[in-house]
Design a protein around this ligand. Structure first.
Ligand code: ADP
Length: 294
């Protein structure tokens, strides 16, 4: 079972002819409000993959319907608090060419306190993995307290920021990064250099690097496991990483061999990139099984 300390965002998506310029006002031809945030996406992917997942997070009380969406997907939300701080949200402009420009507001995601971390880790019982990203407050406490409790700690430092380097990273058992995050964290550029730095400085942890359409590689004590991506027609890569993480960790937390868990993650994220959107592009376990049986 996995407990995810993660963001819940409301994505406000506006279709525009071009990104709004300084001083300009433009009309949007379409508007959608969607559940998003790396935390929520990863919890949904975990739940769809069949994991027992509890989400710890916060949203504004007027957005309780988004909590229902998480519950509907199978996420245990008893530690999702509704209160009077505005929900985390993203204002997303999308152009006809599919490019986006995003303003992100952390809001309620930044109300996670050391006390909440402690209480939820005490109450929550039979968990073996803790997962967190870089979109909530108190990540240092999540990492430290989870480690102290003897849980296995998975950390996805996304979106990457300078502050990540000063976190108690020695508490991390499994680091999951994409290539950009890997480069920022190691200070290296070429992939073989990045791998070397991880092998030298992250010997305490397993490190998983997702490589977009090139698949994924995982650095473990036994060596390097590489899995290719599936060849598909990608239309929207939003939440590819989140889908990968949910499906990989669901399998891995149930003691599936690393290689097989990587393949499941790649299959699920390959399906996700053929569909538009974030959370709504994450496939069900049946869809992944059918895809792999082909
Ligand atoms: P992020 O979305 O965090 O930047 P990546 O771009 O590395 O992460 O994608 C995560 C995973 O999604 C990859 O490891 C791969 O398995 C899958 N994926 C991403 N892009 C494609 C693609 N164009 N075709 C097939 N699979 C893809």
């Amino acid at each position: 079972a996995v407990i995810n300390f993660g963001s819940i965002n409301i994505d406000h998506v506006y279709s525009v002819e071009h990104f709004v310029r300084p001083g300009e006002t433009i009309a949007s031809s379409n508007y959608q409000q969607l559940l998003g945030g790396k935390g929520a996406n990863q919890s949904i992917a975990l739940a769809l993959a069949g994991a027992d997942v509890k989400h710890v997070g916060s949203i504004h009380e007027s957005d309780a319907s988004f909590k229902q969406t998480l519950i509907k997907h199978g996420v245990d939300c008893r530690y999702v608090r509704c209160h009077d701080v505005p929900s985390g949200h993203a204002i997303i402009q999308v152009t006809p060419g599919g490019e986006n420009a995003i303003v992100l507001f952390g809001g309620a995601n930044l109300t996670l306190t050391s006390d909440t971390v402690q209480k939820s880790l005490l109450d929550i019982g039979d968990m073996d993995w803790v997962l967190t990203q870089n979109e909530t407050s108190c990540i240092d406490e999540v990492l430290k307290q989870a480690k102290e409790k003897g849980l296995r700690v998975a950390f996805n430092p996304a979106p990457m920021s300078e502050s990540v380097k000063s976190l108690p990273l020695d508490c991390v058992d499994l680091l999951i990064v994409n290539e950009t995050e890997a480069a920022a964290l190691t200070g290296a550029e070429a992939l073989d250099e990045i791998i070397k730095v991880f092998q030298q400085q992250w010997a305490h942890a397993e490190v998983l690097i997702t490589l977009g359409k090139d698949g994924v590689l995982m650095i473990t004590e036994q060596g390097i496991e590489k899995v290719s991506a599936f060849t598909v027609e990608a239309v929207d890569t939003t939440a590819a990483g989140d889908t990968f993480i949910g499906y990989f960790l669901s399998a891995y937390s149930k003691h599936t061999a690393a290689k097989d868990a990587l393949v499941r993650g790649c299959a699920a994220s390959a399906i996700a990139v053929t569909r538009k959107g974030a959370a709504q592009s994450i496939p069900t376990e049946e869809e992944v099984d059918r895809f792999l049986a082909k």
